[in-house]
Structures are given as C-alpha cells and as structure tokens.
Design a protein around this ligand. Structure first.
Ligand code: HEC
Length: 120
C-alpha cells in the first residue's frame, strides 16, 4: 500500500465520519435522501453538475428551488458554518465517491476558491 493510498483513505474516513454526523440524518447513510423532501446524493445529477457550489451549500445551506434527477425540491437545507475548509474538502471527496458515485476529487485550493462566492 503506497503512502498516497493511505492518505486518501484517511481523507475518505474523516469525510465519512463528518457525513454521518452532519448530513446523514437528512440525506441518509446510503445517500438516497427521503422521497420528495430530501434530495439524494447517491447518483445525483445535481451533485455531479454543481461541484463549484458544493462548498457553499455545505457551509451555508441552500434554499432555492432545485431539480435533482428530474424531481423538484425546495425545502431549505441548513449549512454547517463551523466546518473548516479542510473538513469541507473531505466531505466533498467522500460524497463524490460514495455509493458508486464517481464525481472526481477536489483539492482544498478549489474549495477555498468556491467559498469566495459565499464567505463573508
Ligand atoms: C436538515 C436536513 C439536511 C441536512 C442536515 C443536510 N442537507 Fe443537504 N439538502 C437538504 C435539502 C432539503 C436539500 C434541497 C435544498 C433545496 O431544495 O434548495 C439539500 C440539498 C443538498 C445538495 C444539492 C442537491 C443534491 O442532492 O445534489 C447537496 C450536494 C447536499 N444537500 C449535501 C449535503 C451535505 C454534504 C450535508 C452535510 C454537510 C447536508 N447536505 C446536510 C437537507 C439537508
């Protein structure tokens, strides 16, 4: 096992723990969400297509009407503003590769750039 592999696994592990703590009560541990109320993250086209918005969604939430896999959602999602940039990066990298998702890997610099839109 190479160093990079082990490092990646630690990243996913922290991301998974944070996901379970801050996200899974709504989006479910299997990422399937809850019917018409909570959109799925597993296999979600929205997640795949809005990578540059994820950091702001996780930190500050989202309340606009959105469409995920053809279904409209408009329940507000609260953010988790106390998360560090590093933790947000790990959560994104976890949800991008969990449940069969294959949505790529983001670096902390990308997350910091994305946050410029919403950080005050
Ligand atoms: C209180 C319930 C709740 C919690 C906790 C929550 N979400 Fe959400 N999430 C929602 C709802 C509801 C929406 C839809 C918001 C809208 O319609 O504007 C959403 C939308 C999203 C979206 C965009 C749509 C999609 O399915 O791709 C992503 C990505 C997301 N959430 C990720 C997360 C992550 C990561 C966490 C944990 C840091 C989290 N959410 C915590 C309820 C929640």
């Amino acid at each position: 096992m190479g160093l990079l592999t082990r490092c990646d696994q630690t990243t996913y592990k922290q991301g998974e723990l944070l996901y379970v703590k801050f996200c899974s009560n709504c989006h479910a541990e299997d990422g399937k969400g809850l019917k018409a109320l909570i959109p799925p993250l597993a296999g979600a086209d929205y997640l795949k297509q809005h990578q540059d918005e994820l950091a702001c969604i996780i930190k500050y939430g989202i309340s606009s009407k959105i469409k995920v896999n053809g279904v409209e959602f408009e329940q507000p999602m609260p953010g988790v503003p106390q998360l560090s940039d590093f933790e947000i990066t790990n959560i994104i990298n976890y949800i991008n590769q969990a449940w069969g998702n294959d949505y790529g890997y983001v670096k902390i610099a990308y997350v910091r750039k994305s946050l410029k839109v919403c950080d005050k």
